[in-house]
Design a protein around this ligand. Structure first.
Ligand SMILES: [Zn+2]
Length: 97
């Protein structure tokens, strides 16, 4: 199964993934970073519905995105305040622009 979801978990047999089946016969795998966790059963491997549950790199990526979004929101707010100040200075209401 393929998906565009960035945090999609791929479930594989340990033998197919080249990992030691003694650590768990099934694995949950992050395609983007190659991170994996072993599980004894397929059902157990499928309990991870999102790679962020076991992949530090995925968690780091989403944290970086959240930080970037926060910085962008702050800049937009500052820009909106600057526009409002300019409009006031010019004697106009922001809704007239
Ligand atoms: Zn990952």
């Amino acid at each position: 199964m393929t998906t565009n979801h960035p945090f999609h978990v791929r479930i594989m047999k340990a033998a197919d993934a080249g990992t030691d089946p003694d650590d768990g016969k099934w694995i949950a795998f992050c395609d983007r970073h190659g991170t994996l966790i072993a599980a004894n059963t397929r059902k157990e491997a499928r309990t991870s519905s999102d790679t962020r549950e076991f992949c530090d790199d995925c968690r780091d990526e989403i944290a970086a995105c959240d930080n970037a979004l926060l910085r962008l929101r702050m800049r937009l707010e500052i820009a909106a305040q600057a526009v409002a100040a300019c409009a006031t200075f010019a004697g106009e209401k922001i809704s007239d622009l």
